[in-house]
Design a protein around this ligand. Sequence first.
Ligand SMILES: NC(=O)c1ccc[n+]([C@@H]2O[C@H](COP(=O)([O-])OP(=O)(O)OC[C@H]3O[C@@H](n4cnc5c(N)ncnc54)[C@H](O)[C@@H]3O)[C@@H](O)[C@H]2O)c1
Length: 251
Amino acid sequence: MSNEFQGKVAIVSGGGSGIGEETAKLLAAGGASVVVSDINLSAAEAVAAEIMKAGGKAAAFKADVGSVEDNEATVEFAKKTYGGLNLAFNNAGIVGAEKYVGELTPAEWQTVININLNAVYYAMHYQIPAILASGGGAVVNTSSIAGFIGIANLSHYCASKHGVAGLTKAASIEYGCQNIRINSIHPGYILTPLIAQWTDTELKETLVGMHPCGRLGQPKEIAEVACFLLSEKASFMSGSQVVVDGGFLSV
Ligand SMILES: NC(=O)c1ccc[n+]([C@@H]2O[C@H](COP(=O)([O-])OP(=O)(O)OC[C@H]3O[C@@H](n4cnc5c(N)ncnc54)[C@H](O)[C@@H]3O)[C@@H](O)[C@H]2O)c1
């Protein structure tokens, strides 16, 4: 990827693991200064340390994406540490309790909606003025195949990921003429620590069978597309819902 992000400042939320970790590393390998933000500070610090060991620029920051104040603080940290903000990957997310709607408690619903959906609004609310002040840039918000379909037991997750797509499209219209491109990315099932630790091998095999490519995805396969969307190579892409799912949604 060489120097395509040279001079750019990026925030990656959920940067301590999985898709966020791989994206933070790729951005840094391309020359970006990366704020690796995560609620798990030691995980973010480990990723930032790896990036710096490889010769890149990164700083860890502890932030809960579900907190308005933490989102503001993350942007302020990027400005203070690296002098501005150009790129954001709003990626942290959780699956939450797996229950039918009738059993899912209001608190369980609100937790997932807050971390997966409200957080993306909180993030962009503070990021966009900073990106405008830095002369423009790009934002990628992580949705899911669950941003297109329903999945039983995951109504809150599906609603949150559909919401991310709608929020992304509306914001892309608002800022398209101000040199900020905003897109959403929609992974299929990816072998991140979240799924790798599942002990139900039958469920894993069923999921593999739902991907026409015959396997689950790797975090780097999502990171590559996220970095493409954040790069100038995607200069005519805005408001797009980019599916990266090994054919899952085509079945
Ligand atoms: N893995 C998949 O199969 C898959 C599929 C589609 C979409 N996604 C989405 O991709 C994104 C990343 O998922 P992943 O699979 O890499 O997960 P992961 O569990 O490997 O990483 C998620 C990271 O987010 C952090 N995090 C969790 N809650 C947070 C909070 N409140 N504030 C800040 N950080 C928080 C965790 O500490 C962790 O480091 C999520 O939005 C997820 O919904 C994942």
